[in-house]
Design a protein around this ligand. Structure first.
Ligand code: F6P
Length: 329
């Protein structure tokens, strides 16, 4: 983690992968804390794609005015296929050298961190990762930037769907994001009082789902909300609806896919504060001589974790919360 880095005079910053609310707050914190320490900051547009094509421009404290409350990312984001190739990464490393970038702050999720790790291994680039993804699937931090906002967005939708489900005595299959990770589904399910939550981390037995729905019918439950993570074993809410069709017509079933609504919107206070803390910490640890780490907030304290460790395993769902969801349904 402590690498004899060159004196840091210039930091590059990018956002990459799926955007998440609070990325702007993190960019702002990187720019403002670096410039206060006399470090020049270069903003890289469109993530690794822009690093390869050279979309690099100087930022100053005014470039990040009036953005802390905004969703999306002023630096734009992308998923770059070219960066997955050795040739693409060599081009990126060349641009890093050309622009005199001494260290790179990469803001994003597991794909972004994997890219940063390879760039460091192959080309010796000093990198610090700031975890930002609505999926919350990164170890080394209690929450990733954007997760809290996405959760609250999904919950608000659940409450609204609950009203109409109740009025019409219908069953709703509500699909939330999370291809490989069930954090949004599980917490939305608990907070929204879902009757059932289906997660990518667990096997979905359709027979068992049907048995539970039958027992709800026997108990006169007239309306229900089932939260389905997009990456659950069955393959999402539409596929589940197809499998339930015919058996539960009494429920007058409907599917509602929340989709990219969960990625947008103004970040919550929690995401803004976490993002500000982590962005500033990224600069601080670089100036202290650390590299190839990610920053996080654990038990309300900032913490660094080697980036190779962060990409080596996925954060697991809390067993206690899984049990709670079962008890409360
Ligand atoms: O960024 C995470 C995420 O929102 C996942 O929850 C989802 O599976 C995926 O990104 C969707 O990606 P895209 O916007 O590229 O379709």
């Amino acid at each position: 983690m402590l690498k004899p880095v060159v004196e840091i005079k210039n930091i590059g910053v990018l956002t990459s992968g799926g955007d998440s609310p609070g990325m702007n707050a993190a960019v702002r914190a990187v720019v403002r804390s670096a410039t206060k320490s006399g470090i020049e900051v270069l903003g890289i547009k469109h993530g690794y794609r822009g690093l390869i094509s050279g979309e690099i421009e100087l930022m100053d404290t005014h470039s990040v005015s009036n953005i802390i409350q905004k969703g999306g990312t002023i630096l734009k984001s992308a998923r770059s296929d070219e960066f997955r190739t050795k040739e693409g990464r060599a081009k990126a490393a060349k641009n890093i050298k050309k622009h005199g970038i001494d260290a790179l702050v990469t803001i994003g999720g597991d794909g972004t961190f994997t890219g940063a790790n390879i760039l460091s291994e192959e080309h010796g680039v000093n990198v610090v990762g700031v975890p930002a993804t609505i999926d919350n699937d990164i170890i080394g931090t209690d929450e990733t930037i954007g997760y809290d906002t996405a959760l609250n967005t999904a919950l608000e939708a659940m409450d609204k769907i609950r009203d109409t489900a109740d009025a019409h005595e219908r069953m709703f299959l509500v699909e939330v994001m999370g291809r490989d990770s069930g954090f949004i589904a599980l917490l939305t399910g608990i907070a929204g009082g879902a009757e059932l939550v289906l997660l990518p981390e667990e096997l979905t037995d359709v027979k068992e789902v049907k048995a539970q729905l039958n027992s709800m019918l026997e108990n006169q439950v007239r309306s229900s909300l089932i939260v389905v993570a997009e990456g659950d074993e069955i393959g999402g809410a539409i596929k589940l609806a197809e499998q339930l069709k015919g058996d539960f017509d009494k429920y007058d079933m409907r599917v509602c896919i929340l989709g990219h609504i969960q990625r947008g919107g103004s970040p919550t206070a929690r995401d803004r504060v976490n993002a500000s803390r982590m962005g500033a910490e990224a600069v601080k640890v670089l100036l202290e001589g650390h590299s190839d780490v990610m920053v996080g907030v654990v038990n309300n304290q900032t913490k660094i974790t080697p980036i190779r460790v962060a990409v080596s395993r996925k954060k697991e769902l809390d067993q206690g919360l899984l049990e709670l969801a079962r008890i409360l349904r």
